[in-house]
Ligand binder design. Structure first.
Ligand SMILES: C[S@@+](CC[C@H](N)C(=O)[O-])C[C@H]1O[C@@H](n2cnc3c(N)ncnc32)[C@H](O)[C@@H]1O
Length: 385
């Protein structure tokens, strides 16, 4: 099935506006997407205490599996030295908490602590605000939070991979489901719906969930994942039969359709260098267009693939694209430092002055009305048959 602009999807959920390009590999399911659901309005992120499960060490993972035997007691807890026990407890739990919550700060930006260095963007309020703009962009582009033909009241267990603040919204949208939000950061608002549970874990580690999911959602993990085919297979394995997966992801490389974004333009050379740096670490910055193939290889059926063009700036004539472009301009101009600092310093060896000089040029091009840059968002959803 083609993925060319203008190609149409048959029997699929009703097509949003003209700029949307949709592709379907197999007949799409009968039920349309989240009928009439309007983009949920993000509430401002609040910092505060996290409701997270503690991180699990690899050996802890194995030990946590119930083998039928009683758990062996640590020697320090097996005698009558009460005060020693209290000390050991305090020391152990505070070092565990610090391994998740003591976020390192570099160049004035805050990063995740669990498996430190694994993910290259910050987890501070500024980045959370950018993610809310991304949420606005995606929900506006696709016409809701999701496209899979799932029935909210039938969802029992949902997993949101690399959730950021996303699990809150999903928890609200699916009040009957238990929602698990997975992330490397326990970077959560104080108020979360009661049906949401957070799991601080690397989604590329072995999955040890005790029961299967009815829907697994994976949004904006470009430049985060080392082994996409394995992740997609894991998702397949951990879904119940009849369950759905949904991926919403970008190809992060920018382009123009009218040649206005020339190869030597600083905006294009900045993002090309950035995506090459992510690629050199083995993290695919452009997973969007490959998702359909990975989903097919993992054994899913009823696969639907849609592509959406997301402009940077208000240059499009179409009012819907103009609005998308305005949000996208904002998220990029606010996110430039956060997107750039870690990869340009640690992978490419740039110093801060060099980075800020480059970002000044990038910002200038972003404000240049003659540059008509865009990138692609891909949505792929599919069913475990
Ligand atoms: C770009 S943000 C997207 C957040 C959210 N999915 C959204 O759409 O707003 C990527 C998120 O994935 C998390 N992340 C990155 N690598 C991860 C991994 N290996 N395991 C779990 N979470 C990860 C990051 O901490 C971050 O919160």
């Amino acid at each position: 099935m083609s993925n060319e602009p203008g190609s149409a999807e048959t029997g699929s959920p009703p097509a949003p506006p003209a700029q949307e390009v949709s592709v379907s590999r197999t007949p799409s399911p009968n039920k349309p997407g989240p009928a009439g659901s309007s983009p949920p309005k993000p509430s401002p992120p609040k910092s505060g205490s996290a409701r997270s499960s503690p991180p699990r060490s690899e050996s802890g993972r194995a030990a946590a599996i119930d083998s039928g035997a009683n758990i062996e007691v640590d020697d320090a807890f097996d005698d009558d030295r009460d005060s020693a026990i209290g000390d050991a407890q305090t020391t152990y739990t505070s070092s565990l908490a610090s391994s998740v919550l003591d976020y390192p700060v570099e160049y004035g930006r805050r990063y995740h602590a669990y498996r430190s260095g694994r993910y290259s963007r910050p987890n501070d309020e500024q980045e959370m605000d950018r993610l809310l703009l991304i949420h606005e962009i995606i929900t506006l582009a696709i016409g809701g939070l999701y496209l899979a033909p799932i029935e909210a009241e039938k969802m029992t267990r949902i997993l949101d991979i690399g959730t950021g603040t996303g699990a809150m919204t999903i928890g609200d949208e699916f009040p009957n489901a238990e929602v698990i939000g997975n992330d490397l950061s326990a970077n959560l608002p104080t108020f979360v719906p009661g049906n949401v549970k957070f799991e601080v874990d690397d989604v590329e580690s072995e999955w040890l969930h005790d029961s299967k999911f009815s829907w697994i959602f994976c949004r904006y993990m470009a430049a985060s994942i080392f082994d996409w085919p394995k992740l997609v297979k894991n998702i397949h394995e951990n879904l119940e039969t009849g369950g759905w997966c949904e991926f919403q992801d970008f190809d992060l490389l920018y382009y123009s359709e009218d040649g206005s974004l020339a190869p030597d333009n600083p905006l294009l050379s900045w993002i090309t260098t950035l995506t090459n740096a992510a690629q050199s670490l083995g993290r695919d910055p452009n997973p969007g267009s490959k998702l359909e193939g990975w989903v097919q290889d993992a054994g899913f059926g009823n696969i639907v693939h849609r592509r959406y063009k997301i402009p940077f700036g208000v240059w499009p004539k179409d009012p819907h694209l103009k609005e998308l472009g305005a949000y996208n301009y904002r998220q990029l101009s606010e996110g430039l430092e956060g997107l750039t600092l870690r990869l340009y310093t640690s992978v490419l060896g740039w110093n801060e002055e060099e980075i800020y000089a480059l970002l000044a040029q990038v910002r200038r091009e972003l404000n240049n009305p003659r540059i008509h840059a865009l990138f692609d968002l891909h949505v792929v959803y599919a069913q475990k048959l």
